[in-house]
Structure formats: structure tokens, C-alpha cells
Design a protein around this ligand. Structure first.
Ligand code: PEP
Ligand code: MN
Length: 344
């Protein structure tokens, strides 16, 4: 395949017979066959423009054709100009509403997890986050409750009705996690763990792909391609701060990346103001800015007792602060002609 190919894009309305017909048409001309599926969308790269113009009668017309101008192409906005909606349990990310997913950095105990889940649900979160496998800089730090934590997430979902997302750190864990949770998170430290991306893509679950803190906007789009290549279009790009020369915050939130991903890709974008700022007092301003720049969703660390947290307590906000934040987000969403997800 070359960058001069034309991509024939067929939306959900195309029948299997229609796609088969195109493949036979190309085969009969001796053209190389490649076919990609992106959820319900089919993408067929064609090198020879004549084969498109002289298509056999009766073949379905593509929804649109776009030049394959870049090697990485499945996430490009042109393929799905209206954008992709991601179904995270009953919650939709990317439908124009402002989606807030909140919860503890790590699942630590039944009391902490269930109390935090109840609090974020009460104040309007429409998804619950919680790490059970924690990728820590030091091997001596709390590594998460691991499989024991998974049952707690399931219990929190049962009690609150919130869909749950958790980080996956090992391709071997994907199947078991996917049997319980509603969404998988690929952490910043694993953004380019390609075997993990492929396994997560194959799960068919929505995947929150966190940008590596030393990775570029385009490298993140490249990493997303590994998920998309598995036919899984349920991908949410996450900006969580990058490493810069600035030591005043844990990382520097790159809001330019949010605007660029919204322009360049059809994928929804979530911003994590907690891991980027690393301070409770930065969560609100960064969240408001993220929504203003076009983020679809926010991923926020909330803890009932941040001072007792086993992981990232220094950045977690308390339930009361989360309630205040939700109260500040609603008028911002309204000013942008958007609604808060889950709000009636
Ligand atoms: C997390 O969300 O818990 C996490 C570890 O974040 P990141 O991968 O962005 O550091
Ligand atoms: Mn964390």
C-alpha cells in the first residue's frame, strides 16, 4: 500500500455482499486486496483510480473517498467526519455532551472504593475509574490489589450503576479484566507497548489510551492505530500531561494536543487534569480549560481520604471538591452549547 492510494469508505449501511463485490472486482483486476473494518465502517484502499471509475455496475457506491495521505490512516478525521461515539456501558463518550469519569487512582479497600464510588455517582459522574494493577515508578510502592481489586470494582458498579474502567498492564490480563469491566485503560507508560495495544484492541471493549508523557501528538495517533487495526473503533485518546522543563506541576497539560486530535482524528478525547497537574487546586482550572478547548470527557482522581491514599493522594480531590467542580462545569458546558452527560 502506498500513500497515494484512495480509501473507499463504506458506512454501516453497506452489506457484506456489497463489500465482497468490491473485493471480487479488485481481485479480478489483479489488484492487491486490503480491507479494514472500523466498527461498522469498512475501508478499502485502492491504488488504481481506474478500478474505482470502472467499477462493475451494481456495486455499492462508497459513502466517501479520501486520499490515503498518511501511513497511519484509520483514526483520521476524514474517514468519519462526524466523529466516533464510544459506548462505555450505558455512557456515551463523543456525542457532544461533557462526560465525567471519576474515582480513586487505585482500588485500595472495600470502604474506600465503595464510598468514593457512591460519592462520585451522587455528584454526577457517569463512569468510575479505579486501578487494580498499578504501574508504579518504584517497585516498592503499592502495586494495586490486583485481582482482588477487580471484585471491588464489580461491586462498586453494582451499587452505583456506573460503568467501570481500569488499567491493563499485561496482554495476558486482557481477557479476564474484559470479562468484568466496561472499559480498559492503557497507561501513559504503556502507550507504545504494542502487544498490549493489540490485545486490548481485540477485547472489543472501549479503550482509554493515555498519551505517553514523552510521546508526540502523532505518535499517540499511531498507537491508537494498533487498537483500530483490530476492528475496534471504541478508542478514546487521553491527554494526561507531558514532561517539560516546567517543575511547578507534575506534568504540563498539553491542551494543543486536544485541539489537534479533535481536528485530525474522529476519536473522542478525554483529559486527565489530576495526573497532569498533580495538585488538587489545578483540577478545576485544567478541567474548565479542557472542556473549553473541545475535550469530550474528563478523568478525575477522587478519594474520600486523600491523606490516606496508597497512590497519588497528593493530587486527589475530595467528594466535596468534586461536587463543586461539577457545579462549575455545568455552566461552562452550557456556554458551549453542550450538556453534561447524564444530566436530564
Ligand atoms: C492512572 O490513571 O492511574 C495512571 C497511572 O495514569 P498515567 O498512566 O497517565 O500516569
Ligand atoms: Mn495515579
Amino acid at each position: 500500500m502506498t500513500n497515494s492510494d484512495t480509501l473507499l469508505v463504506f458506512d454501516e449501511a453497506v452489506t457484506p455482499a456489497g463489500v465482497e463485490g468490491w473485493i471480487r472486482h479488485l481481485e479480478s483486476a489483479g489488484a492487491p486486496i486490503e480491507m479494514y473494518r472500523l466498527g461498522g465502517t469498512h475501508v478499502l484502499p485502492v491504488a488504481d483510480g481506474d478500478l474505482i471509475d470502472k467499477a462493475a455496475p451494481g456495486l455499492p457506491a462508497p459513502t466517501h473517498r479520501v486520499p490515503r495521505s498518511t501511513e497511519v490512516f484509520l483514526g483520521r478525521r476524514e474517514l468519519r467526519p462526524s466523529g466516533t461515539e464510544v459506548s462505555f456501558g450505558p455512557t456515551t463518550i463523543g456525542d457532544g455532551s461533557v462526560t465525567v469519569i471519576a474515582g480513586p487512582c487505585a482500588v485500595e479497600s472495600p470502604e474506600q472504593t465503595l464510598a468514593t464510588a457512591a460519592a462520585v455517582a451522587e455528584h454526577g459522574a457517569v463512569g468510575l475509574r479505579g486501578g487494580v494493577f498499578k504501574p508504579r515508578t518504584s517497585p516498592h510502592s503499592f502495586q494495586g490489589l490486583q485481582w482482588d481489586g477487580l471484585d471491588l470494582l464489580a461491586e462498586a458498579r453494582e451499587q452505583t450503576g456506573l460503568p467501570v474502567v481500569t488499567e491493563v498492564v499485561d496482554p495476558e490480563h486482557v481477557k479476564r479484566l474484559a470479562g468484568v469491566v466496561d472499559g480498559l485503560q492503557i497507561g501513559a507508560r504503556n502507550m507504545q507497548n504494542f502487544a498490549l495495544l493489540t490485545a486490548a484492541g481485540q477485547s472489543g471493549l472501549p479503550v482509554v489510551l493515555k498519551r505517553g508523557f514523552g510521546c508526540t501528538v502523532e505518535e499517540t495517533i499511531g498507537a491508537a492505530e494498533y487498537l483500530l487495526l483490530e476492528g475496534n473503533d471504541q478508542v478514546v485518546l487521553c491527554e494526561r500531561g507531558i514532561r517539560t522543563f516546567e517543575p511547578s506541576a507534575r506534568f504540563t497539560l498539553d491542551l494543543t494536543a486536544v485541539a489537534l486530535w479533535k481536528q485530525r482524528t474522529h476519536l473522542p478525547v478525554i483529559v486527565d487534569p489530576s495526573h497532569s497537574g498533580g495538585k488538587p487546586e489545578l483540577v478545576e482550572p485544567l478541567s474548565l480549560a479542557a472542556i473549553a478547548v473541545g475535550a469530550d470527557a474528563l478523568l478525575i482522581d477522587v478519594h474520600v481520604q486523600p491523606e490516606q491514599a496508597l497512590c497519588d493522594g497528593a493530587q486527589a480531590i475530595r467528594p466535596e471538591q468534586f461536587a463543586d467542580l461539577m457545579g462549575r462545569l455545568a455552566p461552562m458546558a452550557a456556554a458551549l452549547g453542550r450538556r453534561m452527560s447524564g444530566a436530564s
